[in-house]
Design a protein around this ligand. Structure first.
Ligand code: ATP
Ligand code: MG
Length: 438
């Protein structure tokens, strides 16, 4: 019988069989639950494709065999309706995956209304509309695949540093003043005061590295009130950060290279279906080190300029499937807290680097200034007022070792690994200049 009715949820998750297990094991009678991917009526035979978290299976009704009521109503269930199916499993050379379910009972737990977007794998709905209906866009296996891979990226990052005895830390998102200068911040009313959303966990992770904790990592949201509208920037994003005591740019670049290799290796191992579905050509990356000076010569660009998106693409062409470290940048174009060469405030070069992978910057990092006097001088050189950074400078007066670190954008890395044109594909609920819902 096909009914729209409530079902006893008690033990349903225990009783049901996951679709992937139907294919793997020998079952006779099963109960499955899921979403209706599609239905097809060939008059004497009817198909219903049922999808759950683990896969898709064909439910086949045969006019001469299936109970009349079930057969007649099978193709009337709207797409994406949630159904319960009880039936028997049969081998079938024609069915996708080689097995099908012959239904004895189908219950519609909640019929879906007319869909607002095209939820097929190769959806014809444009991205903004899909994002408006993200809850529905997430019914698509392709969308799910991106976030399965993102989960693996975050988990592998965490695992990599956890296994190396780094401490995972939770840092504040509300800050009293700008941590880096430069970037614009979002202000928030905080009782009688005005405070800001953190643009990075920079200063806090430095405090931890400088305490005898020494090695820390965190995954944390950050906010930047930049008015850009690009395919690589969000106004709310997540960063994967580390900071290490007694380290310079070289040590932390090595950690970054190894971490990215570990992340990709885990994705290759654990996300095979997602890689197939998204047709990704993913390889464990090679590592390349280029000084800023070498890079300028190689690309024929003007000394003292940041790399443009085109320069980053060109580097990828020259060194494909490679994490490219451009190190020892001119101090002038790195933040004030990056250590100048030889601890000299007027040094032209710094201990700062960028990492480029798949044609885009994935990370910036470097050695930090741990010497209060040098920090004060450097702030002045940058045209910033040391008075505004008093608490930060003072934190290095009580036993602060040399230290270094970096930050990878989680969505940026997801975008590149899953080969998406727009970073918004790589964040569940994007926050950009025009979008604050859903
Ligand atoms: P870009 O040059 O790409 O604008 P950035 O140099 O301003 O980046 P950093 O402050 O170095 O960014 O941030 C560290 C990392 O965080 C970047 O390498 C990038 O992966 C990611 N990231 C930075 N800004 C954004 C943003 N607005 N949206 C998403 N990810 C970002
Ligand atoms: Mg950067």
């Amino acid at each position: 019988m096909i009914l729209t009715m409530k079902i006893d949820l008690k033990n349903l998750n225990e009783k049901r069989t996951l679709v992937k297990d139907v294919f793997k094991n020998k079952f006779k009678n099963i109960e499955v639950v899921g979403w209706v991917q599609n239905t097809r009526d060939l008059s004497k035979i009817k198909f219903l494709l049922l999808r759950d978290v683990s896969g898709i299976i064909q439910v086949t009704g045969v006019k001469t065999k299936t109970e009349k009521n079930v057969f007649e109503n099978m193709d009337k269930i709207s797409r994406e309706s949630v159904v319960y199916v009880r039936g028997s499993v049969k081998d079938s050379s024609q069915a996708p995956g080689g097995k099908e379910i012959l239904p004895e009972e189908i219950i519609v737990l909640n019929p879906a209304e007319e869909l607002l977007i095209d939820v097929s794998d190769f959806s014809k709905t444009e991205l903004p509309k899909r994002l408006d209906c993200r809850f529905l866009d997430l019914h698509r296996k392709r969308t799910q695949a991106i976030f399965k891979i993102q989960g693996e990226i975050a988990n592998s990052f965490r695992e990599f540093f956890y296994n190396k005895d780094f401490l995972e830390v939770q840092l504040p998102s509300l800050i009293s003043s700008s941590s880096e200068g430069g970037t614009e911040l979002f202000s928030v009313n905080y009782f009688e005061k005005k405070v800001y959303l953190a643009q990075s966990p920079q200063l806090y992770k430095q405090m931890l590295a400088c305490s005898s904790v020494e090695k820390v990592f965190t995954i944390t949201p950050v906010w930047r009130a930049e008015k850009h509208n690009t395919v690589r920037h969000l106004n709310e994003s997540r960063q994967m950060d580390i900071e290490i005591a007694f380290a310079g740019q070289k040590e932390v670049m090595e950690e970054l290279g190894e971490a990215v290799k570990y992340i990709v290796q885990n994705i290759l191992k654990k996300c095979k279906d997602e890689i197939d579905l998204l047709e990704l050509k993913l390889k464990i990356p090679k590592i390349k080190y280029l000084s800023y000076d070498e890079t300028v010569k190689l690309l024929g660009i003007k000394y003292g300029e940041d790399l443009s998106p085109e320069n980053e693409k060109e580097l990828d062409k020259k060194f494909p499937e490679t994490v490219i470290f451009v190190y020892s940048w001119p101090s002038e174009i790195k933040p004030f807290y990056i250590m100048p060469k030889d601890e000299k405030e007027d040094a032209k070069l710094s201990e700062g680097f960028d990492a480029i992978y798949k044609g885009m910057e994935i990370s910036s990092g470097g050695q930090r200034i741990h010497l209060p006097d040098l920090l004060t001088k450097k702030l002045k050189v940058k045209g910033l007022n040391p008075k505004n950074f008093k608490a930060y400078i003072d934190s290095f007066r009580f036993g602060a070792p040399p230290h270094a670190g970096w930050s990878i954008g989680l969505e940026r890395l997801t975008q590149l690994i899953t080969n998406q044109k727009n970073i918004r594909e790589a964040v569940l609920f994007p926050r950009d200049r025009d979008r604050i819902t859903p």
